[in-house]
Design a protein around this ligand. Structure first.
Ligand code: NAD
Length: 334
């Protein structure tokens, strides 16, 4: 393709930018011929994303031009921001959420020049939904490279449950307690187990699990949420080992503080935004790390934990990643 052979002179940059954007989905479906996975080369003119990046096309901030991502919980909040960032980086993105209308609206809110998107109704606690969401993504885009396990329920779900009398674990509604465990742990597992074989078969893939800070994991009254996120961290460590040598990586990413989403209760919001409070983090803080984690730039980085708040987006990705890397939650053993 002509556009990928152009050098990065000012002239060619302008030419590139002014070319009409052809959605990758067309290229995928035309060249794939029904074969899974659609070869990356068939989608982007014969050069790998790494080659394009090395050629300086990363400057155009479309390092994911031929990649396909699925983000769960993408109807709003952190999931929407990550799905948006991946699409802006050129990826074809499936916005999956239990809130189907919200997922469609979020995909529709994307402005400007992005990769093609798709909204999928998916309850991650249901095995069939997870399998159907992946099948739908393959049908639309021909392959699947990146899974962002972001969908989740937080403490608000337990607080709002009718049988909850307090945040103490023995006074929490047991059904709501189980809902959080199901959405956060089982949902993450069901999505990952469906995607992993595809990624292993193509020799490249990314699983990014969204978890939380160490303080939140052990905060008073924060069972089951803290429990579920600690479990996802250990899942990340185990899955990274299970996937070793396959080209598929598994890492976790956290915002690094309370982010400005519907997840945060009105009381917490009021406390954090009061004078002298710590404030709320802009959910868009997840953009730079998720794009780097989804790119060839993070090849070989696995079993790691990154804090978006510590990510300096003005630095090259690998340098920013080192600065934002936090020790695993468990002391290393074999
Ligand atoms: N907001 C924060 O301060 C914060 C901090 C640390 C980690 N996180 C984590 O980030 C992730 C996203 O949080 P957020 O702040 O954007 O929350 P949010 O409540 O704004 O969004 C969560 C999304 O997940 C979807 N969802 C819930 N259950 C689902 C299910 N069973 N199947 C599919 N989709 C489902 C919801 O519909 C919603 O769109 C969560 O995993 C959360 O634990 C959030």
């Amino acid at each position: 393709m002509l556009r990928f052979r152009l050098s990065l002179s000012c002239f060619s940059w302008l030419v590139l930018w002014s070319l009409p954007y052809e959605p990758a989905i067309n290229a995928t479906l035309e060249t794939n011929g029904g074969v899974f996975p659609a070869p990356l080369d068939s989608i982007g003119g014969g050069q790998s994303a790494a080659q394009l990046w090395e050629a300086g096309l990363g400057v155009l901030e479309r390092p994911l031009e031929r990649r396909v991502a699925l983000v769960t919980g993408a109807a709003r909040g952190l999931g929407e921001q990550m799905a948006k960032a991946l699409a802006q980086a050129g990826a074809s993105v499936a916005f999956a959420d239990i809130d189907a209308e919200g997922a469609s609206a979020a995909a529709g809110r994307l402005g400007g020049r992005t990769g093609p998107t798709l909204a999928i109704a998916c309850d991650v606690t249901q095995r069939f939904d997870c399998e159907a969401a992946v099948a739908r993504t393959l049908e639309a885009f021909g392959r699947l490279d990146v899974l962002v396990n972001n969908a989740g329920l937080g403490p608000r779900h337990v607080e709002a449950a009718p049988a909850t009398r307090s945040a103490k674990f023995w006074e929490a509604d047991p059904d709501a307690w189980r809902d959080v465990i199901d959405a956060n742990i089982k949902g993450t597992f069901l999505m990952a187990r469906t995607c992993a074989p595809l990624m292993i078969a193509q020799g490249w893939g990314r699983i990014v699990n969204i978890t939380t800070s160490l303080a939140t994991m052990q905060r008073v009254g924060n069972s089951p949420y803290g429990v579920s996120k600690a479990a996802i961290e250990t899942q990340t460590l185990i899955w990274a080992k299970d996937l070793a040598g396959t080209g598929v990586t598994c890492n976790s990413l956290i915002p690094g503080g309370a982010a400005d989403t519907a997840f945060v209760s009105p009381q917490t919001r009021a406390a954090l935004t009061a004078p002298g409070g710590r404030g709320l983090i802009d959910p868009a803080i997840m953009a730079a790390p998720i794009v780097w984690l989804a790119s060839d730039q993070s090849d070989g980085v696995t079993g790691a934990r990154f804090v978006a708040r510590l990510w300096d987006a003005s630095l090259p990705g690998s340098v920013a990643a080192e600065g934002a890397r936090e020790a695993p939650i468990l002391r290393s053993s074999t």
